[in-house]
Structures are given as structure tokens and as C-alpha cells.
Design a protein around this ligand. Structure first.
Ligand SMILES: Nc1ncnc2c1ncn2[C@@H]1O[C@H](COP(=O)(O)OP(=O)(O)O)[C@@H](O)[C@H]1O
Ligand SMILES: [Mg+2]
Length: 143
């Protein structure tokens, strides 16, 4: 599975931007504040419908009412489109243009493991924090 195309609309610093991703390794290069981490966060939030940093509403571009993250996810034999829309009123998720009413049924369509500098605390934190990370990762592959 890989993300073929990612489109961000009113998400953090991105007003309307599309990127095509390689099935191999993708490296984002840019100055501080250019928006590299925002891309990674958008992928994490498409997978989990949550920010990994702060309040979910903070992901909406300042001054806008909602954001949209749309994507084409390529599998061996098909392409799925996943769409996550969040406004200050709530969240909506769509798979192949059909709304999935239960967010928990949407999570699992895109499997993501995020490792960020903040996670270095895991080395110092106790075993329960480490277990939480492992649970979150394994939850995505157990049906
Ligand atoms: N909700 C938001 N609305 C508008 N801009 C935002 C929002 N959240 C973050 N930003 C902007 O995104 C930029 C940081 O992007 P980031 O992805 O962290 O950069 P980096 O390339 O250093 O990882 C900052 O300029 C910040 O002001
Ligand atoms: Mg960064």
C-alpha cells in the first residue's frame, strides 16, 4: 500500500496543494516553517482522524472554517480514495466517495506509524507509554 496522491485544502499552512508520492522513500526538504511536518501530520490525521500534536481544530488553516485532506491510496490491485473533512462542527470521512458514518470504521484504511522527535520521550518514559504506542500500531493491522 502507498499514498499515490495527497491533496491538502485549508490544512495548516496549505491553502490548496497536491503532491504525488513515490511508492519508495519520500524525503521532504525545506527551510524551517516551510511545511514539512504539516505534510506528515496530514498523513497521520488522514489515518487516525486526529492531530498528533494539539487540538484537532488547530489543523484548520487560521481564518478558515474547515479543512479537507483527500488522497489516492494504491494497493496491489486497486486504488482507494480516502477523504477526511473537518470543520469546527465536526468530522466527516469518505471512502471511494461514500460517507462512512462511524469514524472507527474508517480508521484502518490507511496504516501509518509516526515516529517524531517528541517520541524520544519513550526512551525515558515508563513501559505503559511504550505499550500505548505498540497498541496503537498493532490496532491498525488487527481486524
Ligand atoms: N492552523 C494553521 N494555520 C495556518 N498556518 C499554520 C497553522 N498551523 C501551523 N501553521 C504554520 O505552519 C508552519 C510550520 O510548518 P511545519 O510543517 O511545522 O514546518 P517545518 O517545515 O519546519 O516542519 C508555520 O509557519 C506555522 O505558522
Ligand atoms: Mg518540522
Amino acid at each position: 500500500m502507498h499514498i499515490k496522491k495527497l491533496t491538502l485544502y485549508s490544512f495548516r499552512s496549505y491553502l490548496n496543494e497536491s503532491i504525488e508520492l513515490s511508492p519508495k522513500v519520500n524525503i521532504f526538504v525545506g527551510d524551517n516553517g516551510a511545511g514539512k511536518t504539516n505534510i506528515l501530520e496530514s498523513i497521520y490525521s488522514l489515518a487516525s482522524t486526529k492531530s498528533y500534536k494539539n487540538k484537532d481544530e488547530d489543523m484548520i488553516l487560521e481564518g478558515k472554517d474547515f479543512f479537507k485532506i483527500s488522497s489516492e491510496i494504491e494497493f496491489e490491485n486497486r486504488i482507494d480514495t480516502l477523504l477526511f473533512i473537518m470543520s469546527r462542527q465536526g468530522k466527516k470521512v469518505f471512502k471511494n466517495n461514500v460517507e462512512i458514518k462511524k469514524i472507527s470504521e474508517f480508521v484502518g484504511n490507511l496504516n501509518v506509524v509516526l515516529f517524531s522527535p517528541e517520541d524520544l520521550f519513550l526512551l525515558k518514559a515508563g513501559p505503559s507509554e511504550r505499550r500505548k504506542l505498540i497498541d496503537l500500531s498493532l490496532m491498525q493491522i488487527s481486524f
